[in-house]
Ligand binder design. Structure first.
Ligand code: PNS
Length: 163
């Protein structure tokens, strides 16, 4: 049986921390579907299409990784894709409470789907898309935090928004 895992998130934009989790997940599962949440309540910096494109380019070297988007409940998307697992990264204790709540509600909605947590690489334990955006907004370098192509996309966004 093929093991399929979904790695969900906003990915606004994808960081080296996300890519660490995605690539490690891809070693364990036959297929990893990176699923970008199309959340209309949030005000993202990048459109869903832009976030997908950045993810596609930065995971191009991982043949068993697919990039997609979803609306609504994660668990419905996971079932629709015939996946049996959700993979997430845990950075610090501060992530734990929220992730415990999400994993518990997802298990209540479907107990066949397991959530797997990976400890983030220590180099990225402080890293988040929000922090990257905050730094890039003020033109400080983010080359240690995101792939080059994402850095370029951030520069372009903020160059236009600061005009
Ligand atoms: O990168 P993020 O914003 O921390 O990702 C959060 C995400 C997308 C994993 C989470 O918001 C999610 O699963 N949303 C879909 C809605 C849902 O299924 N909610 C029920 C579980 S609380």
């Amino acid at each position: 049986m093929t093991s399929i895992a979904v790695c969900p998130g906003s990915f606004d934009p994808v960081t080296l921390g996300h890519l660490d989790i995605i690539s490690r997940g891809a070693k364990v599962f036959d297929k990893v579907i990176v699923a970008v949440l199309n959340n209309r309540n949030k005000q993202p910096l990048f459109t869903v299409e832009e976030r997908i494109e950045l993810l596609r380019q930065t995971t191009a070297d991982l043949p068993n990784v697919e990039v997609d988007h979803f609306n609504g409940l994660l668990i419905d998307y996971v079932k629709q894709k015939n996946a049996s697992a959700i993979i997430k990264g845990l950075r610090a204790v501060s992530d734990f409470e929220y992730e415990l709540q999400m994993a518990s509600i997802n298990r209540k909605l479907d107990e066949e789907v397991e959530t797997f947590f990976m400890m983030t690489n220590n180099n990225y334990s402080y890293l988040s898309s929000s922090i990257v955006k905050e730094i890039a907004k003020y033109q400080a370098p983010v080359s240690d935090l995101v792939p080059e192509i994402v850095e370029g996309a951030l520069r372009k966004k903020f160059a236009f928004s600061n005009e």
